[in-house]
Design a protein around this ligand. Structure first.
Ligand SMILES: Nc1ncnc2c1ncn2[C@@H]1O[C@H](COP(=O)(O)OP(=O)(O)OP(=O)(O)O)[C@@H](O)[C@H]1O
Ligand SMILES: [Mg+2]
Length: 253
């Protein structure tokens, strides 16, 4: 008897970023914390992915490793087809500058620079000019257009967060990683920011990966990845606020 294997389905989705057995530990052997334990995730290009999970489950560590900001203890991280763990420091810096935007959980704005200078800094380091139309579009959509000449210390937490988002988007990177980008925002500013991220994906074809604790924010995504104790504990396609809440309850949150 002959058997025929089923045809391989056509590959319709591109992968923007991926981890293979990614492990990250912190601290010395006797007191080591395993923040990520052999994690395999694949982030589809041109889609909006949310990452959720309890505090300490490894969300920020995963984002930092995916963006090449932190070095894995073992395993691999790929952006597109490029293995970050095989790159020199210089090549990694260039790749980050050209292809990745990152919104830090703690904003990481430089205190001596104005909001505008903070937003433009990564581009000027890369020897690129800011597109004035894009700058105007981002800062107006985010509602910070009249705060651009102020330093971070003169801005509210929510304004600083929106400056950090503008900084991540203004270089039009392939992949945008945003670590709790709505954490300091009221519901109206959150909705504006989420709509902006969504349009980056659905109109401009960028890839967005966003950590959030908020089921409503997660419902803007195409897919939710759930982390618990440093491993992937599940995922949801086309999440709604209710399906996200139910999944989080399942994790014991
Ligand atoms: N630089 C570090 N040194 C030591 N331990 C760390 C470090 N960074 C993270 N960890 C530990 O790794 C684990 C995962 O941390 P991580 O910041 O990734 O969690 P998280 O899911 O982002 O949490 P939160 O929702 O509170 O932001 C935690 O136990 C944390 O204490
Ligand atoms: Mg975090």
């Amino acid at each position: 008897m002959t058997t025929t294997s089923p045809p391989t389905p056509p590959r319709t989705t591109r992968v923007a970023a991926r981890t293979v057995a990614l492990t990250r530990t912190f601290g010395a052997a006797d007191s080591a914390v395993t923040a990520l334990d052999a994690v395999d995730v694949s982030i589809d290009a041109g889609r909006f992915t949310a990452i959720m999970g309890p505090s300490g489950s490894g969300k920020s560590t995963l984002m930092h490793c995916l963006a090449g900001l932190e070095t894995p203890t073992s395993g691999r991280v790929l952006i597109g087809d490029t293995d970050l763990t095989a790159l020199s420091d210089k090549a990694l810096t260039l790749l980050r500058r050209e292809r990745i935007g990152f919104v830090f959980q703690s904003f990481n704005l430089l205190p001596m620079l104005t909001a505008r200078q903070n937003i433009e800094l990564p581009l000027s380091l890369a020897g690129r000019r800011t597109d004035p139309d894009l700058m105007a579009h981002l800062t107006t959509t985010l509602g910070i257009e009249d705060r651009l000449d102020h330093r971070p210390g003169e801005l509210s937490g929510g304004q600083q967060q929106r400056v950090a988002v503008a900084r991540a988007l203004v270089g039009e990177p392939d992949v945008i990683f945003a670590d709790e980008p709505t954490g300091a925002l009221d519901s109206q500013s959150s909705a504006q920011l989420l709509a902006l991220l969504r349009s980056s994906v659905h109109e401009l074809g960028q890839t967005v990966v966003m950590v959030t604790h908020d089921p409503r924010a997660a419902s803007w995504a195409d897919r939710v990845l759930l982390l618990a104790d440093g491993v992937v504990a599940g995922e949801l396609a086309d999440p709604t606020e209710d399906s996200v809440l139910a999944a989080m309850k399942g994790l014991g949150e």
